[in-house]
Design a protein around this ligand. Structure first.
Ligand code: SF4
Ligand code: SF4
Length: 167
């Protein structure tokens, strides 16, 4: 048998990397958000960074802009001050059940918390499915390589409204 055949028979299971953590296999398929433990909750975030875009609210509708919070690193979509973000940025929102169910909706439609709360499965590019954090970048659904700017450079937010399909 060729070496490649042997490799193919040992199919990689992304979920195997969680076996020593407090995480049930494919928890997002059988648990509601309310039932997830802290580790599962954190793993559900795909790391897209789109919740850190500034938005405008007008007549009950949310308009996303391409201006991100000044503390977001758009190269890796990570918050530079994650541990103390709520002390530093007064309008930084915790992603909890209230935030997820708030109307008008201010999270992007690809947000894993929204998808699961609405009874959907995760998309094929989600890191929990692929086993790779970078798959959210490769799929083009994060802020990485998008025409975004820091809020610190914005003069008028209305000039920065975007209607990207995945918002
Ligand atoms: S939009 Fe949702 S999935 Fe994306 S980074 Fe924010 S909380 Fe995580
Ligand atoms: S402070 Fe909040 S809004 Fe700003 S980058 Fe961090 S998590 Fe995002």
């Amino acid at each position: 048998m060729a070496q490649d055949d042997i490799k193919l028979k040992k199919a990689y299971s992304p979920q195997s990397r969680f076996k020593n953590q407090n995480v049930e296999p494919e928890f997002w398929r059988h648990k509601k958000l309310e039932e997830m433990n802290k580790t599962e909750w954190e793993l559900l975030c795909d790391g897209c960074g789109k919740c850190c875009l500034n938005k405008l609210e007008y007549k009950g509708k949310i308009y996303f802009t391409n201006a991100h919070c000044r503390f977001l690193n758009p190269k890796n979509c990570l918050c530079r001050i994650y541990q103390n973000r709520f002390e530093v940025v007064k309008d930084c929102r915790d992603i909890d059940l209230k935030a997820i169910r708030e109307k008008p909706r201010w999270l992007p439609k690809t947000c894993a918390y929204l998808l699961i709360d609405e009874g959907n499965d995760l998309p094929p590019w989600h890191p929990l499915i692929t086993g790779k954090a970078s798959s959210v970048f490769d799929a083009g659904v994060s802020l990485k390589n998008r025409p975004v700017i820091s809020e610190s450079e914005v003069k008028d937010y209305e000039d920065h409204i975007v209607d990207w399909q995945d918002l």
